[in-house]
Design a protein around this ligand. Structure first.
Ligand SMILES: Cc1cc2nc3c(=O)[nH]c(=O)nc-3n(C[C@H](O)[C@H](O)[C@H](O)COP(=O)(O)OP(=O)(O)OC[C@H]3O[C@@H](n4cnc5c(N)ncnc54)[C@H](O)[C@@H]3O)c2cc1C
Length: 424
């Protein structure tokens, strides 16, 4: 019997994990990407955290105040740029609409189902295939300087606790015991939360290792092919046009990250996803885990420090600035200043001539949940919009979309993430 052909557009976290899961379910899969290497866009140098503990969308109640303030503050950690406003109008109105308390709380719960399922699938896959990606199993630590900030997070976590999320509230001595390098700022810390069930690891390495398994299993990858159009005739899916010509396929799965709406637009499909630019800086530090055994997230400074073997990755900021790829050196300097304030002993070991700056675009949906499912065109599917949680959600989203495409009963209710959920 002929295998069903599925073409996956985009070799980032969503594309590679989905291609792998479809191959396991017996499909003949071709993965196409415009770049020359895997996971080289938003999935390249993210903060590396696998956090079922952080399912909350960025558009929480009151987000509009922060966005308005950020127009006048170049240093804001979540920043809206004036020039980006015209391109954000329609999406932005929805982003604000879905920041209401009831929707926010429902989105947290829906995302939590998928994040916890996803972490299990990531663990199973990593263990079954012996993937090596600087995996850490000690959880993540959030530190708070103000009682108010801590109480806001605590009430959110109490509701997730009822759904099965476990965490420990830590006093300052316990925080220093867990992360010795925080001792210099002990007096500034109010409390911490240790999400001991979270994990961390290098998403790019994970993608490269999983891709090898995909290729060994018979999957095909085409690099350097820009997809310019989805071809549809009489409302029937035919294939795609790329910079190298036409490719026909029974199914097409769009996993092109923040650029997915551009590709889907050629089939007259609107996808409410916009890019949110983020920065990271990575540097080598010998014996890093003695000082920093797990990722530390400073809630008030909105910055994360993650140990990835002997590499330290610092991540902060989100800018709504369109598809701009330029690196603002000031953002990198600000991360180093924060490192000096929060973890001065780690900072003292940084070689300033050996820092890798990076920027990537989180594919942000307007309601804080990914779009996973079939579009209005039969055979045309989407797995996109995981925003700040794409590494955490990748394996779960891949299992969900692969079950939908192969008509198996998914472990997660597909209606929660369907493409037409906002149509009412
Ligand atoms: C600074 C930062 C920190 C983050 N930290 C975390 C974290 O700690 N934990 C977490 O869970 N998530 C994190 N994320 C989110 C996560 O990295 C993203 O959600 C995820 O990488 C998105 O994966 P993707 O496959 O959807 O998109 P991408 O990785 O961008 O992949 C899309 C692919 O499509 C290709 N493509 C696009 N257009 C075309 C075209 N026309 N033709 C052919 N190919 C095309 C691109 O080349 C690209 O390879 C972070 C993101 C950023 C930016």
């Amino acid at each position: 019997m002929n295998k069903k052909k599925t073409l996956v557009i985009g070799a980032g976290l969503m594309g590679i994990t989905s291609a792998y899961e479809l191959m396991l379910r017996g499909h003949e899969v071709t993965l196409v990407d415009e770049l020359d290497s895997p996971a080289s866009s938003a999935s390249y140098a993210n903060a590396g955290m696998l956090t079922p503990s952080m399912p909350e969308p960025w558009n929480g109640p009151g987000v509009y105040k922060n966005l308005i303030k950020s127009l006048f503050n170049a240093d804001a950690s979540m920043r809206l740029r004036w020039h980006a406003i015209p391109g954000l109008m329609d999406w932005g109105i929805k982003f604000l609409k879905y920041s209401s308390k009831p929707y926010f709380e429902k989105a947290c719960r829906d995302n939590f189902y998928l994040t916890s399922f996803s972490l299990k699938k990531t663990q199973e896959t990593a263990e079954r295939l012996s993937l090596d990606y600087c995996r850490g199993k000690l959880g993540t630590l959030s530190i708070f300087r103000q009682a108010e900030d801590f109480l806001v997070k605590q009430s959110l976590y109490q509701s997730l606790n009822e759904m099965g999320m476990n965490c420990d509230i830590l006093e300052t001595d316990e925080i220093i015991h867990l992360v010795p390098a925080l001792s210099e700022m002990k007096s500034e810390i109010y409390k911490g939360i240790h999400f001991h069930e979270d994990e961390f690891g290098d998403a790019h390495l994970f993608c490269c290792e999983l891709l090898e398994n995909f290729i060994d299993g018979g999957g095909e990858v085409k690099y350097g092919e820009v997809v310019s159009k989805i071809n549809i005739k009489n409302e029937k899916l035919i294939g795609i046009t790329t910079s190298n010509g036409l490719i026909e396929s029974d199914n097409i799965l769009v996993c092109a990250g923040a650029k997915s709406p551009i590709i889907l637009g050629t089939a007259n499909i609107n996808l409410d996803v916009k890019p949110a630019k983020g920065y990271s800086a990575t540097t080598e530090i010998q014996n890093l885990k003695e000082l920093l055994p797990l990722p530390v997230l400073d809630d008030s400074m909105n910055i994360v420090f993650t140990p990835l073997g002997n590499r330290l990755r610092m991540v902060s900021t989100a800018e709504f600035a369109g598809y701009d790829n330029s690196i603002d050196k000031k953002r990198i300097e600000m991360m180093l200043e924060s490192l000096n304030k929060i973890l001065p002993r780690v900072f003292s070991r940084v070689n300033k001539d050996n820092i890798l700056p990076w920027t990537g675009h989180r594919p942000m949906s307007c309601d804080g949940k990914p779009f996973i499912g079939e579009s209005k065109i039969k055979g045309l599917y989407v797995n996109c919009g995981q925003g700040p949680l794409g590494w955490t959600l990748a394996m779960g989203s891949a299992n969900l979309i692969a079950d939908i495409i192969t008509r198996k009963k998914p472990a997660i209710d597909p209606m929660l993430f369907s493409m037409n959920r906002l149509a009412k």
